[in-house]
Design a protein around this ligand. Structure first.
Ligand code: ADP
Ligand code: MG
Length: 270
């Protein structure tokens, strides 16, 4: 790998030419605990049901827990791939829900900093898996650390997940601001999770758009569009599914949250 390939801008560019490759959607948030992993896993199941070949990459390297949500006990994780103990092929595992996963396990704290190894490995993984899938979801960590921003730089689309709480919105704004100013993303997807009444998601999206228009657009010099993908209601069945370590979409497909996730999948399945 040439040194220039380690630059995020170059990394994205080097992914661009191939048309027959997976669409990469990063699922991210400003604040932690907003529902990224729940949404990634269930969106993957919904997309798989729509006939897509889907891979979820647990890109929350420091605090990975996709394995917990899916009740998987992987013998091989990204750590083994990073250290050369296993091949990428060996680490791609089938998940309940009919999609594939690349799991980080919980012991990857040493990869929570963006070292050249982490950059190279993430780029290599993305380049290797994208020709084989239709959709790759990156379940990232929260916040604007170097690792998170690098993972976001590899994605075609970034979906920011926020809840209607003021702290979550403030942190979502920080993420959006960095995406627009540093990565020049002018279209950012927004999903509102844990909405407490119908329509709250759209209201929240409009409020965020106003703040972006006022404080971010002037420094970017171009319009920045927050594209509202949809809302998922607060629903006790989500917690129940996570606690039982089952996929909501499989076990309780008729619940409001499961139906909302299906609607999100229809929006992002282009
Ligand atoms: N729509 C929802 N309704 C109720 N609880 C939810 C909802 N979405 C997420 N949760 C709760 O939030 C917890 C954290 O979600 P998780 O996906 O692990 O967040 P993150 O990956 O953003 O840190 C879940 O275990 C679940 O209990
Ligand atoms: Mg998570």
């Amino acid at each position: 790998m040439t040194p220039s390939a380690l630059d995020p801008a170059d990394a994205a560019a080097s992914l661009a030419p191939s048309r027959r490759r997976a669409r990469i959607t990063a699922v991210t948030s400003g604040k932690g605990g907003v529902g990224k992993t729940f949404l990634s896993a269930n969106l993957a199941a919904a997309l798989a049901r729509r006939g897509q070949r889907v891979l979820v990459l647990d890109a929350d390297l420091g605090l990975a827990n996709l394995d917990v949500v899916l009740n998987l006990h992987p013998k091989i994780t990204l750590h083994d791939v990073f250290t050369g103990k296993a091949t990428l092929e060996q680490a791609i595992l089938p998940a309940p829900g009919g999609f594939s996963v690349l799991l980080a396990g919980s012991g990857l704290v040493e990869y929570s900093q963006l070292t050249p190894v982490v950059r190279e490995q993430l780029l290599h993984i993305i380049k290797t898996v994208t020709p084989r899938f239709d959709h790759v979801l990156l379940d990232t960590g929260a916040g604007i650390s170097d690792v998170v921003l690098y993972a976001l730089s590899l994605a075609d689309e970034v979906m920011v997940v926020a809840t209607p709480e003021p702290t979550s919105l403030t942190d979502a704004y920080a993420t959006i601001k960095v995406l627009a100013t540093q990565q020049k993303r002018l279209n950012i997807h927004l999903t509102v999770n844990q909405a407490s009444r119908p329509g709250e998601g759209r209201t929240v999206a409009q409020q965020l758009q106003q703040v972006v228009d006022r404080f971010v657009v002037p420094s970017v010099g171009e319009p920045v569009k927050l594209e509202f993908i949809g809302e998922v209601p607060v629903d006790p069945s989500v917690r129940e599914a996570v606690q039982k370590r089952v996929l909501l979409l499989e076990v309780m497909p008729g619940t409001p949250a499961a139906q909302a996730v299906n609607a999100l999948a229809a929006r992002i399945d282009l």
